[in-house]
Write a protein that binds this ligand. Structure first.
Ligand SMILES: Nc1ncnc2c1ncn2[C@@H]1O[C@H](COP(=O)(O)OP(=O)(O)OP(=O)(O)O)[C@@H](O)[C@H]1O
Ligand SMILES: O=C(O)[C@@H](O)C(=O)CO
Length: 417
């Protein structure tokens, strides 16, 4: 393995794995660490550290990076959300600093930009589409409300070392060489985490070139766009990547995401497929069992049904107020995980999941330690293949990613070699 990465959630991991695979690296996604490592050039460890206490996030991240270094990785990516999901305490700053210390590096770029998904960083300010981050729904995120679009200021709250920046003028006027000089100048001023602008893929390619040989790079999946070329230039990549195995058989769509994009995607898919709305209140009362759900799915399996807990914000708040946020989330995630395991053990071979936490629960429920990464379905969402009594095809969709017809496309593409 040449390039190793840790991602702070599961859909984020497959987003990054997708970028590396598109860049021509044979890429694997790992659920946690410690498993046997199949032959690959890039490996992305999916963690669930976005919203855990700072000390846990740091400890898990350091442990995972040590594992990647033992596997031979020359460069490490710390992948976080393209909307910089974090609180004034962390976890992005403290994890990045712990990794700088571990790797013996003085600086690392900080670049959440992902222009393909509308996330652009200009003069240190993060935009989603044409709005500043703090003017989008992210302002009201239940766990990581993003109330300041100035990533330099937000990161400075979390970081113990001074924060620096490289702006777009430098990138556009001088390319990789100017970026390297600007990073060196920031380092000489004692600034260690360097917020680096990028509004287009070409900016990310230039930054990628500039950070060749640096041990740590941090950002959204966009920051990885320029990295495979560095390894290719050194003749380290194999010319051909192995095809992923096909996974033929019944498919199921499971959506636990309540994002605006997911609500629309569920509505579009439900027009042409059997759809079961999982009522959290009925689930809490024990009125819905995995067995009964599986029987309903079996009756409709020829039409690839969708099971979703996706609901409008008022319904989500109502369920949370009655039972507590953690309890409801945990019950729904646990239900999806057990359902997925039951279905896969009884013949389902393709599983499409909406939502980062939901995806983490399902992959852990299916006990899939390693996933091969195939082609892209929509920006940031690749086809994956794991192994549980044979190949299992998957797509793990981040809440806000994907076109309105994402689920239909995923059903058509997941399982294809
Ligand atoms: N109807 C509901 N009421 C209360 N909680 C719900 C409901 N439906 C889903 N949830 C919970 O909300 C959370 C949704 O998080 P998840 O990460 O899966 O989606 P997301 O936040 O849209 O995706 P991402 O993290 O990729 O942006 C899960 O913990 C899920 O169990
Ligand atoms: O970067 C993103 O937006 C996604 O990969 C993600 O992390 C969603 O949770």
């Amino acid at each position: 393995m040449l390039l190793g990465a840790i991602a702070d959630d599961f859909t984020g991991a497959s987003d990054l794995a997708n970028t590396l695979a598109k860049g021509g690296m044979a890429t694997m996604q790992f659920s946690g660490i410690g498993q046997e490592i199949p032959a690959c050039e890039a490996g992305v460890v999916a963690l669930k550290t976005r919203s855990v206490p700072v000390a846990d996030a740091v400890a898990q991240s350091v442990e995972a990076v040590k594992w990647l270094l033992d596997a031979g990785c020359e460069q490490i990516i710390f992948k976080y959300c393209s909307t910089f999901d974090s609180t004034p305490e962390g976890n992005i700053g403290p994890v990045a600093e712990a990794l700088l210390d571990l790797l013996g590096e003085e600086t690392a770029v900080v670049c959440p930009a992902f222009p393909g998904a509308g996330r652009r960083l200009f003069m240190g300010h993060l935009f989603v589409g044409d709005r500043l981050l703090s003017e989008t729904g992210m302002r009201h995120h239940p766990l990581t409300p993003m109330t300041d679009p100035d990533i330099r200021r937000w990161l400075a709250l979390q970081a113990k070392y001074p924060v620096g920046s490289v702006n777009l003028d430098t990138i556009r006027n001088g390319g990789a060489e100017a970026i390297r000089a600007a990073l060196a100048s920031e380092r000489n001023e004692g600034r260690r985490l360097i917020v680096t602008d990028a509004v287009a893929d070409a900016d990310l390619m230039a930054i990628g070139q500039a950070v060749a040989g640096q041990r740590l790079v941090t950002g959204g999946s966009g920051i990885a766009q320029g990295l495979p070329a560095n390894f290719r230039a050194q003749g380290k990549l194999s010319a051909s990547t192995a095809k992923i195995p096909s996974a033929a058989g019944p498919a199921i769509v499971l959506c636990g995401s309540c994002s605006t994009a997911s609500q629309n995607q569920v509505a579009v898919y439900a027009k042409n497929h059997p759809a079961f709305a999982l009522d959290p209140l009925a689930l809490m009362r024990g009125e819905i069992t995995v067995g009964a759900m599986a029987r309903w799915i079996d009756e409709h399996k020829d039409q690839t049904p969708i099971i979703y807990s996706t609901a409008a914000p008022e319904a989500v708040s109502d369920a949370q107020a009655r039972f507590g946020r953690e309890t409801v989330s945990g019950r729904i995630e646990n239900f999806f995980a057990r359902l997925a395991r039951h279905l896969v053990d009884t013949g389902t071979r393709r599983v499409i999941v909406g939502g980062g936490e939901t995806s983490g629960a399902v992959v852990e429920g299916l006990q899939l330690p390693s996933l091969q990464v195939g082609h892209e379905i929509d920006p940031g969402v690749p086809v994956l293949v794991g192994w549980r009594n044979g190949p299992v095809g998957l797509a793990l969709k981040s809440g806000n990613f994907g076109a309105p017809d994402f689920f239909e496309k995923a059903v058509a593409e997941v399982g294809q070699p």
